[in-house]
Design a binder for this molecule. Structure first.
Ligand code: AMP
Ligand code: GLY
Length: 425
């Protein structure tokens, strides 16, 4: 079987690595891939925003299944286009992907289907904003309606700050492109949890839960990033809580989408806040998370291709995945300056030594290979991931590998998973 993966991040490297382990897979292709993916798959040049170009590649190479990593091609309707042409593809349609691509759609959908989430108001003018702001106490969360690559959320400490952020989103001053609507949201406190499920349009199969670290600095300080590291362990959520999340969030979402004739097939990422009032949805993503996928797939003992086929063919079930009881930890190594501006083209050393460590995988993100050497080419560069029976050992092993790797001006968080250990102690 031939699989085509679309994307070039750490998530896609983890997907390629896992898909290749399937005894049914003879070849993995990736568009465009990165310096690490190209060692494990045939990388094809192409642009994940150009659906016509991807269709042409699929016609030329005839993959049995295409797996889409990032949200952008899903938001452009890649699944609709591939399906229309008889090509098998894993992911939601453009309409179903609105759960991620429109925050106002997601909030209104959750309200219709009684899915627990923060109180909110949708506004499209400054006048509406001023009226609605009175309904919230500070801090107030302000969200741009469309995709914003992680930059569309501002936590405003005062009403003035909220007005400024929201008007900046409406005018385009804040994000470059104007948002037609903004969502104001009640601020929730608690622990964040990434709960991913695979769906076939009707049934869901849960993946193991994980936790991301969005802020750039230790102790959750500094600006938000795409994610600086993640860990996964069974002690994050117990079995009754998984059942609760399935019954009150994942299953009602899938049933709600079906009842509204936007059947949701693919991976549904539920970004949750575990509050004193119970779990609440912060956001949905219509794809695997990055870097959660690196930590989660490190614990997957069964065949990922079987699961993806089950989603496409309508055969998902509770027991679709087999998970290791081990814990895992992924530490992201980033370019100096990230998430602000950064310089690329730095030579990376120590990758071979780190790869010698048992139960460690170094997933590449922003890297490129030139003459047998690996260079940085993006903000998040590597996701160094380890697995061990105990979380503390998985963390220790991931950092042991991180310390073997060098590139100029690199930085990484030193405290991935640390809070989980503290709360256990
Ligand atoms: P989102 O893209 O909606 O997940 O927001 C990005 C990040 O902003 C989340 O991971 C949270 O850390 C934070 N966030 C979003 N919504 C809220 C909220 N209602 N209360 C507190 N923090 C939030
Ligand atoms: N790690 C957050 C995301 O994938 O959106």
């Amino acid at each position: 079987m031939k699989i085509l993966v679309i994307g070039n991040g750490g998530r896609e490297h983890a997907l390629v690595w896992k898909l290749r382990q399937s005894p049914r897979v003879s070849e993995v292709l990736c568009v465009p891939g990165n310096g690490g993916i190209c060692e494990e798959a045939t990388c094809l040049s192409g642009d994940s925003r150009n659906i016509e170009g991807l269709l042409a590649l699929a016609h030329q190479h005839q993959p049995d299944i295409t797996v889409v990593g990032p949200e952008l091609p899903l938001s452009l309707g890649i699944v609709d286009e591939f399906t229309r042409r008889g090509l098998r593809i894993f992911g939601p349609t453009q309409a179903a992907a609105q759960l991620e691509t429109s925050k106002s759609f997601a909030k209104e959908f959750m309200q219709r289907h009684k899915i627990p989430t923060a109180h909110y108001a949708v506004c499209s003018s400054e006048e509406e904003l001023r009226k609605s702001l009175g309904l919230f106490s500070t801090p107030i969360v302000v969200k741009a309606d469309g995709l914003a690559a992680g930059k569309g959320v501002v936590i405003a400490q005062t009403r003035d700050e909220a007005i400024q952020a929201a008007t900046g989103m409406l005018s385009g001053k804040l994000l470059g492109t104007p948002s037609s609507r903004v969502v104001l949201e009640e601020f929730l406190s608690g622990e964040e949890l990434s709960f991913l499920v695979l769906s076939d349009g009707e049934r869901v199969a849960p993946l193991v839960a994980s936790q991301d670290h969005k802020r750039v600095g230790d102790g959750d300080t500094g600006p938000n990033t795409g994610g600086m590291g993640a860990y996964s362990t069974d002690s994050l959520v117990d079995h009754p809580m998984v059942e609760w999340l399935l019954n009150h969030i994942a299953r009602p979402v899938i049933a709600g989408m079906k009842s509204e004739e936007m059947e949701y097939r693919g991976l549904l990422y539920c970004g949750l806040m575990m509050t004193a009032r119970g779990p609440m949805v912060l956001e949905f993503n219509c794809r695997f998370g990055d870097p959660e996928t690196q930590a989660v797939l490190m614990r997957l003992d069964s065949d990922l291709v079987e699961a993806i086929e089950a989603s496409i063919e309508g055969r998902a079930s509770d027991g679709l995945f087999h998970w290791s009881p081990d814990a895992s930890c992924c530490v992201v190594m980033a370019s100096g300056g990230y998430p602000g501006s950064f310089v690329t083209g730095k030579k990376i050393s120590g990758l071979d030594q780190a790869a010698q460590l048992q139960n460690v995988r170094v997933f590449h993100a922003g890297t490129t290979m030139r003459d047998g050497e690996v260079y940085t080419s993006g903000g998040r560069v590597l996701g160094v991931t380890a697995r061990a029976p105990k979380l503390e050992d998985a963390i220790q092993r991931a950092y042991q590998a991180v310390e073997m790797i060098r590139f100029e001006d690199m930085h990484y968080r030193k405290d991935i998973g640390a809070r989980a250990l503290q709360s256990k102690a």
